[in-house]
Design a protein around this ligand. Structure first.
Ligand code: SF4
Length: 167
């Protein structure tokens, strides 16, 4: 028996704004098309038919940060690219979320080098960290589901302030 069986007649559905808005947000996440290194290939594979991230509502990778609300930082963030990563994040509209995908994005990975940023959370706030080199596609899917659970519990009028972080 589905929901529609309860809806004929003059019935009302009562819910909170948080619940309704968060339900819509979590089921229509639009990731930004942006890959940095080898992890980006795994991210692309997650969109292919075998894993099919579209099943979770994150179907449309957008070519513009202004049309995206999820930044998957997939790969090594070099010091040269760090300002560009920050700029893409800043150009995304609120509310927005970040997944740091792979050891490099989380903490510099194997590159203990002056040329590599030792974690993208040095310049932008990160919601979910995905370990691995590279993480498997199932792991990225799990991180998306974890993010959806997080979105479900957020207050719609409150978001993390990233103004203190700079490249
Ligand atoms: S974590 Fe591993 S696979 Fe991912 S970008 Fe770094 S070196 Fe490449």
């Amino acid at each position: 028996m589905g929901l529609e069986s309860h809806l004929h007649g003059d019935n009302l559905i009562v819910s909170s704004v948080n619940t309704v808005v968060n339900w819509a947000r979590k089921n229509s996440v639009w990731p930004c098309t942006f890959g940095l290194a080898c992890c980006a290939l795994e991210m692309m594979a997650t969109m292919m038919p075998h894993y099919d991230m579209a099943r979770f509502g994150a179907e449309v990778f957008r070519p513009s940060p202004r049309q995206s609300d999820l930044l998957i930082v997939a790969g090594t963030v070099t010091m040269k690219m760090a300002p560009q990563v920050k700029r893409v994040y800043d150009q995304m509209a609120e509310p927005k979320w970040v997944i740091a995908m792979g050891a490099c994005a989380c903490a510099g990975g194997q590159f203990r080098s002056y040329a590599v940023l030792q974690g993208v959370d040095k310049i932008i706030p990160v919601d979910i960290y995905v370990p691995g080199c590279p993480p498997r596609m199932e792991t990225l899917l799990a991180s998306l589901m974890t993010l959806q659970e997080k979105i479900k519990t957020e207050r719609v009028d409150m978001r993390q302030d990233s103004s203190e972080l700079s490249a």
